[in-house]
Design a protein around this ligand. Structure first.
Ligand code: SAH
Ligand code: SF4
Length: 361
């Protein structure tokens, strides 16, 4: 499987070919990807045929279109049958891809469909970066309406905790920057506050954007929503976020999934604004997208507005994320959930409604 090999070692897969073939293959995999190896026109037929069946480390199992064609949600089946989700979102000035870093997630956040189903395995670097290559190959033949025909931004906001899969996340970022030619500033790593990974990321040469999913400033409530807060408490997470900002000069964003009666009080807004001011962070508020295994619900519209207004009044820089993918299970983990259920393996009987709010970089 070609994406599973390091780009620098692709020659090993072509032992009977001249050295320049590896460079040609790198070009096809990373810089001008194509959906089918038969389109790799400067490679001999024998090479194209041998790569063909192994080109992608997954196949497209479900392709859903939403928002009048501006959002596509894909469910990929990996070679071991694992399923991962990737979301493509077109805007006038950017085309953003939301990618997965793990099959499932071990962090167990109560409001998250991925977390509710636990952890299966890490994705390999090749499986992570192939999501970006696949999207570029797809866009080359079928661009989204009125959006750039290449992925301009990547966000690690699909399934999984990227910093708990550090080695592979790092290698996928390296390939995006050094081999695909993306800028570090167009890549956002989102973390639940996995402090050891945040500290390692500080040491890397690339100034990627860091998003930290905070969700509560009250330790007991944060532990309820985000159980890993027990191991990496909020104060350490905020310190690590500030160190990231100080080291990279990149403003960190604080992600806040707003849940009625849980983290939508004035006290939380004031506490969040205080942290945002202290570490020069930007706040992104997202109304909860309800999931079947939790009774949590988003606050009503007026309450969301009030929370935002309190944040702004307290001096925080805040954005309410735009709604995307309402019609296509766009919350992370939901498409896999629905697909598993329709295959009769899932015990849930309630239907899944999707209204994930995402206005991503
Ligand atoms: N594990 C990482 C990245 C994947 S989750 C993290 O937690 O940051 C990406 C974002 O989606 C996180 O901010 C998470 O809080 C949010 N999210 C998860 N489930 C959600 C839901 N049901 N509704 C709204 N946002 C959700
Ligand atoms: Fe994992 Fe992020 Fe979901 Fe929490 S919100 S369970 S860290 S994917």
């Amino acid at each position: 499987m070609v994406y599973l090999a390091e780009p620098e070692h692709l020659g090993d897969l072509l032992p009977n070919e001249p050295n320049y073939r590896a460079d040609q293959l790198t070009e096809w995999l990373y810089r001008h990807p194509v959906l089918d190896a038969s389109a790799m026109t400067n490679l001999p037929t024998s090479v194209r045929e041998s790569i063909g069946p192994d080109l992608w480390p997954f196949h497209l199992a479900v392709d859903q279109v939403g928002d009048g064609g501006a959002t596509r949600k894909w469910l990929f089946s990996c070679h071991d049958g694992s399923q991962i989700e990737t979301v493509l979102m077109g805007y006038p000035s950017r085309t953003t891809l939301c990618i997965s870093s793990q099959v499932g997630c071990a962090m167990g956040c109560t409001f998250c469909a991925t977390g509710q189903f636990g952890f299966d395995r890490h994705l390999a670097a090749g499986e992570i970066v192939a999501q970006v290559a696949y999207a570029n190959a797809y866009l080359a033949s079928t661009p989204l309406p009125r959006s750039p025909e290449r992925i301009t931004n990547v966000v690690f906001m699909g399934m999984g905790e990227p910093l708990a899969n550090y080695k592979h996340t790092r290698e996928s970022i390296r390939r995006m920057i050094e081999v695909m030619g993306m800028s570090a500033r167009s890549i956002t790593v989102s973390t639940v506050g996995f402090v050891p990974g945040m500290r390692k990321l500080i040491e890397e040469p690339w100034p990627v954007n860091l998003a930290v999913s905070l969700h509560s400033t009250i330790p007991s409530e944060r532990t309820r929503l985000v159980p890993i807060n027990d191991r990496y408490p909020i104060d350490d997470v905020v310190d690590a976020a500030f160190e990231y900002y100080a080291a990279k000069g990149r403003r960190v964003s604080l992600e806040w999934t707003l849940i009625a009666g849980a983290n939508d009080s004035d006290e939380e807004a004031i506490g969040l604004a205080r942290i945002a001011r202290k570490i020069h962070a930007h706040v992104n508020v997202i109304a909860l997208n309800p999931t079947p295994l939790s009774t949590d619900r988003p606050p009503d519209r007026d309450h969301v507005r009030r929370f935002i207004a309190t944040l702004a009044r307290e001096g925080a820089n805040v954005t309410l994320r735009d709604t995307r993918g309402q019609d296509i299970d766009a919350a992370c983990g939901q498409l896999r959930l629905r697909n598993t259920r329709t295959q009769g393996k899932n015990p849930l009987s309630r239907s899944v409604s999707a209204q994930r709010t995402v206005e991503l970089p």
